[in-house]
Design a protein around this ligand. Structure first.
Ligand SMILES: [Zn+2]
Ligand SMILES: [Zn+2]
Length: 326
């Protein structure tokens, strides 16, 4: 048992980063990323409206963007609605499923996060699976709010407003923001680490899909399942290989919070296991603009090309890279 590595204190945030703390040299982007395959809007636990997110990503130079909200395609559907204005970039329909990996030791929060990239938003079967996930989130959310009330940290008013948005997906970051707004916590990160994380006083266990079920559901919806921000993957090769046997097709190699050594280890593992390398910012929007997150991100164009190939789509076009200083 290695416990929860992210609670060791040196990781940038306790949210969703199922990785060991990063301490080595940072990745230096050789050119501004034109690809970001992992972002969140306020249809789940991000802060920006889907269209705002698209616009700030395009302004930062992103050409291929996956909106991968937790357990919902609501944002993707809005952006692709016939009445919606045309998009300034290529949008990949994505979701992130925080799967419950019972019985596997040493995972952050006992979870493995699976991105579904290129899923079919019209799949009724997939939508039914996501709806179940969202229903479980709603129950967990209610339990959390009640627990906080009992602890003398009420956020009921803000919580009631949040639960009314249709198709949206609730998570702990929204609760953390309510705690900050109510003056009960100094920051979202502090609320997550001190109150809401596993083992902390307000923690409520998650219910929902396991990793193999999540992978199967994503495959059935035509998407590529990619294992998100699992920096321990090179040391947990057997676990990753078991997921590959279950249909895993991608590995998030170019994650914004990975140091250079981790990226190299992840890239080697992806090659060995013939997984499509994917990468993204995991931008939520707490305490930073998209441009700031993007400056620390490097996802090679090749990740998008490989993803589109795996999905049977024509490769996205990228302009030639202009070397800086020339
Ligand atoms: Zn995640
Ligand atoms: Zn995420």
């Amino acid at each position: 048992m290695s416990g929860d590595p992210n609670l060791a204190g040196s990781a940038p945030s306790s949210r969703g980063r199922g990785t060991r703390p990063m301490s080595g040299p940072a990745v230096v982007p050789p050119y501004p990323s034109r690809v970001d395959l992992h972002t969140h809007s306020c249809r789940s636990d991000g802060v920006l409206e889907p269209r705002q997110l698209v616009d700030v990503a395009a302004a930062a130079g992103v050409r291929v963007l996956a909106l991968a909200d937790h357990d919902t395609l609501a944002g993707v559907r809005e952006l692709r609605a016939p009445s919606a204005p045309s998009l300034p970039l290529e949008l990949v329909a994505g979701v992130e499923i925080n799967s419950i990996a019972s019985g596997i030791d040493g995972l952050w929060e006992g979870e493995l996060h699976i991105l579904g990239l290129g899923v079919d938003p019209a799949s009724e079967e997939f939508e039914a699976a996501l709806e179940k996930q969202r229903a479980a989130r709603l129950i967990r959310f209610g339990l959390l709010i009640a627990r906080l009330r009992d602890m003398g940290l009420p956020v009921d008013e803000g919580a009631a407003a949040l639960t009314t948005a249709p198709g949206s997906s609730l998570g702990r970051p929204q609760v953390a923001r309510l705690l900050v707004q109510a003056g009960h916590a100094p920051s979202v990160d502090a609320a997550m680490k001190e109150l809401l994380a596993r083992g902390k006083p307000a923690y409520v266990p998650r219910r929902g899909l396991g990793p193999l079920d999540a992978i199967a559901a994503i495959r059935a919806a035509g998407g590529l399942p990619s294992l998100a921000h699992f920096g321990d993957a090179p040391r947990r090769r057997d676990l990753v290989a078991a997921l590959v046997s279950g249909g895993l097709g991608g590995l998030e190699v170019h994650y914004r919070h990975f140091d250079a050594e981790t990226v190299a280890g992840m890239a080697a593992l992806a090659r060995d296991l013939q997984l499509v390398p994917t990468g993204g910012s995991d931008y939520h929007g707490d305490g930073e603009t998209y441009a700031e997150a993007h400056a620390a991100l490097f996802v090679p164009d090749g990740d998008a090309v490989a993803l589109f190939g795996a999905l049977g789509l024509a490769a996205p076009a990228f302009p030639a890279v202009v070397a800086s200083g020339s």
